[in-house]
Design a protein around this ligand. Structure first.
Ligand code: FAD
Length: 382
């Protein structure tokens, strides 16, 4: 079969590779002038630092098969994500842990004392928190909420935490020990030569052709036996029902002679600082030496039709529109929607690879048994 993959990000690359290994021809197109999608890394021409053009990407997973899969293409260097935040005139460790709590309150509490102390701060009159703000007040109390969650969340989502569901905060951990490793997964690391080189190796197979600066034309779909589409779901239908809501990010680059902030990621919790964080990219490659440094200030705002979509909003209105697009997609033959844009979800890289591997296996099994391929192998709702 000759199959078209729209998008040369992780979804498109992993699916193309598996199809090619199964003996099919895979043509991969991407509208951008580079492969690797949003994980794209490149050397900053001025400083030589490997930068993550679309924001910081740290590989972390509990999925051993996915960990083995990526290492089949590139060595992963040890890397622990340790994030700091500047808030109310001081620097603290994230995620909120015993060090953060003791520093913030000027105390020397042990774990049990800190747990009891935080319970005293919590607003127990809120029995069933519905909003992000209620969830924070119920579990950490007003002081930590103001310092570490409120301003950052307002900047990130462009709305009040009273308008966001409680479920968003449920994902933010609060620790009563000194563990400041941002992720708690078993495997964590950085690809030695960057994500783009890793994706280039995944795509390096005689059965795969790649065409960049090539946008998908639905009229061309008929030339292929099947299409895997990792572009925006609403974009496939020409936004006919309206646009699914996204946040986009602006990055303001600056360089510095030396070490600007001493860590890779510094968040800014105060509302009056306009950016959410500063990333100093050379700290993602501690095995390299660079005198000069490249940093990005990161600003979050509503996504317009001209912008790159980053974070799906997925509140009540968006979910209703999503359901309508899903219904349309399910009526469309010959296309499978994949990846973060095709299924309108936030997906970490490990999850993206896991879903790509599962999708291609299910697709090959369906076609081998004469069944029609499905529009979605991963349900976009939920
Ligand atoms: C700011 C930010 C930080 C992140 N940090 C992490 C992290 O630390 N760790 C982690 O595991 N994950 C992280 N992620 C998630 C990671 O970026 C995704 O898991 C990954 O990019 C998903 O790959 P994909 O192939 O599905 O989508 P993408 O990478 O978005 O690839 C889709 C590709 O399709 C192309 N395309 C779209 N429409 C068309 C069209 N019509 N025609 C042609 N081409 C088209 C696009 O140009 C793009 O290159 C982060 C995401 C963001 C936004």
């Amino acid at each position: 079969m000759h199959i078209l993959l729209v998008g040369a990000g992780l979804s498109g690359a992993v699916i193309a590779r598996k199809l090619a290994e199964a003996g099919h021809r895979a043509t991969v197109i991407d509208g951008r002038d580079h492969i690797a999608g949003n994980c794209h890394t490149e050397r900053d021409p001025e400083t030589g630092v490997m930068v993550h053009r679309y924001g910081p990407h740290i590989f972390h997973t509990d999925d051993e098969e996915v960990w083995d899969y990526v290492q089949g293409f590139m060595r992963f260097m040890p890397y622990k994500n340790r994030v700091k935040t500047t808030s109310q005139g001081a620097v603290y460790s994230l995620p909120v842990n015993l060090h953060t709590i003791n520093q913030f309150y000027g105390r020397t509490m042990r774990p049990d004392e800190a747990r009891a102390f935080i319970e005293e701060q919590a607003d127990t009159s809120i029995e069933e928190p519905q909003t992000f703000e209620e969830q924070a007040l119920r579990f950490v109390g007003p002081d930590l909420y103001e310092a570490f969650f409120k301003g950052y969340t307002e900047k990130q989502w462009g709305c009040s935490p009273t308008e966001l569901p409680a479920s968003i905060l449920k994902r933010l951990p609060l620790r009563f020990n000194y563990d400041d490793n941002y992720f708690s997964h078993r495997f964590q690391g950085m690809p030695e030569h960057g994500y783009t080189e890793m994706v280039s190796r995944i795509l390096d197979h005689p059965g795969i052709e790649v065409h960049l600066q090539t946008w998908f034309d639905p009229a061309a779909a008929g030339e292929y036996d099947h299409v895997f589409y990792s572009g925006a779901l609403d974009g496939y239908f020409g936004y006919a029902l309206g646009r699914l809501g996204y946040r986009t990010l602006d990055f303001k680059r600056f360089t510095y002679d030396g070490d600007y902030q001493g860590c890779a990621v510094m968040n800014y919790g105060d509302r009056q600082v306009p950016y959410t964080r500063i990333t100093e990219h050379k700290h993602f490659s501690p095995w390299e030496t660079h005198e000069k440094s490249t940093c990005y200030e990161e600003y979050s705002r509503a996504c317009t039709p001209e912008d790159e979509p980053f974070y799906p909003i997925r509140l009540v209105d968006e979910k209703a529109l999503l359901a309508d697009y899903i219904a349309r997609a399910e009526e469309t033959e010959g296309v499978t929607f994949v990846g973060r844009l095709g299924t309108y979800r936030y997906l970490d890289m490990d999850r993206t690879i896991r879903e790509a591997l599962d999708t291609v296996a299910a697709y090959l099994s369906d076609t081998a048994q004469g069944r029609a391929p499905r529009a979605f192998y991963q349900p976009p709702m939920g």
